[in-house]
Design a protein around this ligand. Structure first.
Ligand code: CA
Length: 271
């Protein structure tokens, strides 16, 4: 298991803000699982840039690795430092969307230049906390996911933020399949949108409010395909560090079969 940013936190340095300044503790980990020969996922954990992402690559030969790596490298280049502390949600959303478009183009260019990598693609789910507001911005394409766990008593609980860009999700939206049928469907992994597509269009963008105690999870489908939502929520609400929770999530997916690569990033907001 490769770990990144284990337990590192960063406290806001701005002294003049009256708004709630949240501290974020984050860690990420990615694992090959128990079946696949390679790990084609990639994660990005850059607390100092307020940038976190999961990418799940696909393609023949080693091309899936290339696609997910190109995606996270492009995001890193697009955010060489943390955005201005005063940036608002619309401006940050626009920057994230632009970075995802750049990543899409970089994958298309690389596919065009290397025949063995033609047709490769990757999901991407990016999260960047705002400094000036108690909120974060999430950009998303594909079937990796972002969730928020809000502590008990609020009635809000565990929420899936992103909507999968999959054929089965379209069927669920149309009322043709229910969630259980979708989960078991043989076409459950067919993606309708992915980086590496011509005419991708804008990414899905979510601006999500954050309260102290909230926990965010970014993950690839190697977690959500193996571990039920209530078990994920139970592990997230444990008392461990983000790095410890990442290890437990990966262990749970592997215990349940580990049929795919597993990537997780856990972020905890506090005062
Ligand atoms: Ca996967």
């Amino acid at each position: 298991m490769r770990e990144n940013g284990g337990g590192k936190g960063y406290a806001p340095a701005m002294a003049d803000a009256a708004v709630t300044m949240l501290r974020w503790d984050a860690a990420g980990a990615t694992d090959r699982g128990r079946v696949r020969r390679r790990n084609e996922d990639a994660i990005l954990v850059r607390p100092e840039r307020r940038l976190f992402a999961v990418a799940d690559g696909m393609g023949g030969h080693a091309a899936g690795n290339v696609a997910s790596a190109v995606a996270v490298e492009t995001l890193e280049r697009a955010f060489p430092r943390a955005p201005s502390p005063r940036i608002g949600a619309p401006a940050l959303a626009s920057r994230i969307n632009d970075a995802i478009s750049l990543a899409n183009q970089a994958i298309l260019d690389r596919s065009a230049a290397h025949a063995a990598e033609a047709g490769m693609g990757t999901t991407v789910t990016v999260l960047s906390p705002l400094r000036a507001d108690a909120a974060c911005v999430i950009g998303h394409v594909g079937d990796s996911r972002a969730y928020r766990l809000r502590s008990e008593g609020t009635g809000e609980g565990f929420m899936q933020i992103t909507r999968d860009h999959t054929w089965v999700q379209q069927q669920v939206d149309a009322g043709a399949l229910d969630a259980l049928q979708a989960r078991a469907h043989p076409w459950s992994s067919i993606l309708t949108r992915v980086l590496g597509m011509e005419q991708l269009g804008p990414a899905d963008i979510h601006v999500i409010d954050v309260r102290p105690g909230d926990i965010f999870l970014l993950c690839s489908d190697g977690l959500t395909g193996m571990v039920a939502d209530d078990e994920i929520a139970a592990l997230l609400s444990g008392s461990g560090t983000p790095a410890g929770i990442c290890a437990q999530l990966i262990a749970a997916a592997n215990r349940n079969g580990g049929r795919d690569n597993i990537s997780v990033i856990v972020l905890r907001a506090s005062l």
